[in-house]
Write a protein that binds this ligand. Structure first.
Ligand SMILES: [Zn+2]
Length: 205
């Protein structure tokens, strides 16, 4: 059924969010309608603040208050080793292990052709540009899911096409259970997966 236009509009906006279908969008919209204005305005304020203050690091594409982010700006990180992750929260999980001294690249998703997510929807182009500028190793730390594996394989292929720039391309060891995601792995599991990484392709120096 048709609701008054402002509610219809709110429902359509909620429907654009990941994992939100029409019914949930309606439920969220009517939660807003039925609650005091200050609660909804607090939500609106949080949305505005995040868009005003949070930006993507122009080097590694992670979300940050600064550009470049603290990791890319740090003198103590090894810029020759790039760890590629799907989301900023995966970066945070690896950082929490304190076992990685390189830098990162955040893809903001994974290849998912069935959901219409192709290479141009991720930050793969910027990763390839970083690789072309010269690095020693690129660790593909996408999740060990079907889509994460396919994304790693796609990136490895694209990296292998870069002429004349020698670099190692590795994939995390299978410490993280297949089909699971980094979100649910323990710190030790992530550290072990990093230590046990293996080459999936390399160009001879
Ligand atoms: Zn950065």
């Amino acid at each position: 059924m048709a609701y008054p236009e402002p509610i219809e509009r709110l429902v359509r906006e909620f429907e654009k969010l990941p994992g939100i279908g029409e019914r949930t969008a309606e439920r969220l919209a009517f939660w807003i309608v039925s609650h005091p204005a200050e609660e909804a305005l607090r939500l609106a304020g949080a949305l505005r603040e995040v868009k005003e203050k949070i930006r993507l690091c122009s080097v590694c594409c992670t979300v940050s208050l600064e550009d470049p982010c603290g990791i890319c700006a740090s003198a103590n990180r090894d810029r020759g080793t790039i760890c590629v992750v799907e989301e900023t929260r995966d970066l945070a999980r690896i950082e929490a292990t304190a076992s990685f001294r390189g830098v990162y690249h955040v893809l903001h998703g994974r290849l998912a052709p069935l959901d219409g997510v192709g290479p141009n929807d991720l930050t793969i182009g910027r990763l390839l540009a970083r690789a072309r500028a010269g690095v020693q190793e690129i660790i593909l730390a996408t999740n060990p899911t079907v889509e994460g594996d396919a994304t790693a394989q796609y990136i490895a292929t694209r990296l292998s096409e870069i002429p004349g720039v020698p670099h190692r391309v590795t994939r995390l060891a299978r410490g993280i259970p297949a089909g699971s995601t980094m979100e649910y792995a323990s710190r030790t599991t992530i550290s072990d997966a990093l230590l046990g990484r293996r080459d999936i392709s390399s160009q001879k120096r």
